[in-house]
Design a protein around this ligand. Structure first.
Ligand code: GUN
Length: 288
């Protein structure tokens, strides 16, 4: 079997078009949805991510303001800036790009963001709301994965879903979102004894480890749906060195799965799209 591609770029375009319509509706009521992005330091990957977020925002008519600060910024100054943005009624969403410089406590900074403006969905209140099924912002990457899965037409109810990876921002919220969609969820991680025994039972697999070839064809049940959150590079000395790749051995797994996300062009664009959705949701809630 050759899997069908779940096209994250195409789905993200649809999401952005919907966001653009809703932005216009808000603007017609005199409200300009506004995302404030804080970037501290000069991490090259962060620079790229932030540039994409600003471009995506302006494409949909959503206002994004980028605030750049030097690595020497103190944590106290950053916290003061976050508090000022919390108090600024013209700002609906606040995103502090991670990683922060080593002298800052990222948890402390994220917890300083008002939960009503936590469009990353990283605040403990957002995480708690997801866990209890209360309204709140969903972390953008797993939220995007849910949309990608739903775009295949698969009904997640009663499906066996395996999440590989247990990070706070992807693996754990992914498992909770799948649970909320009534899947039977198994979380696998570095201490899992026999990963393959679990993945072979899975109708849905989400790989979010950050390591190449975590999932190979022999580990996948024929017809499973595979979502690849990984973003890695092929190391020097191997064919296609330097090329972007996910956690999944795409060429092998696509022969077994029914649907699969590519890297790039799968989860990445949807993560960014869901940030816009969350920002819009924040603006709509603030103006309700
Ligand atoms: N760094 C890498 N990805 C992200 C993200 O989604 N949000 C934030 N705030 N920082 C990141």
């Amino acid at each position: 079997m050759t899997a069908q591609l779940i096209d994250g770029n195409a789905l993200a375009r649809q999401v952005r078009a919907d966001v653009a319509d809703r932005v216009q509706a808000l603007k017609a009521r005199g409200i300009e949805p506004h995302l404030a992005i804080i970037l501290v330091g000069e991490d090259p990957a962060s620079e790229v991510y932030v540039k994409h977020k600003v471009n995506d925002s302006s494409q949909t008519g959503l206002k994004a303001t980028l605030e750049r600060y030097p690595t020497t910024m103190t944590e106290a100054d950053l916290l003061a800036r976050v508090h000022a943005l919390n108090d600024d009624a013209s700002v609906h969403g606040i995103l502090v790009q991670l990683p922060l410089p080593a002298h800052m406590d990222a948890h402390k900074v994220i917890e300083a963001i008002s939960p009503a403006k936590d469009v990353d969905g990283f605040h403990v209140q957002s995480a708690g709301a997801l866990m209890t099924g209360l309204p709140g912002f969903w972390s953008c990457t797993p939220y995007g994965c849910i949309k990608l899965l739903e775009s295949t037409g698969i009904d997640l109810r009663g499906k066996n879903a395996v999440v590989i990876g247990r990070s706070n921002n992807v693996g754990k919220p992914m498992a909770l979102m799948l649970l909320q969609k009534n899947a039977t969820v198994t979380m696998c991680h570095s201490a899992t004894k026999d990963l393959k025994a679990h993945t072979l039972q899975a109708d849905v697999i989400v790989a979010a480890v950050g390591r190449r070839n975590v999932l190979t064809a022999d580990m996948v049940k024929p017809g499973a749906v595979v979502v690849d959150v990984g973003m890695n590079r092929v190391p020097e000395g191997e064919p296609n060195a330097g090329k972007l790749c996910g956690d999944v051995d795409f060429d092998g797994v696509k022969e077994v799965a029914s649907w699969i996300t590519p890297v790039p062009g799968g989860v990445g664009p949807m993560t960014r799209a869901m940030l816009l959705v969350n920002t819009l949701q924040a603006a709509e809630a603030a103006s309700a």
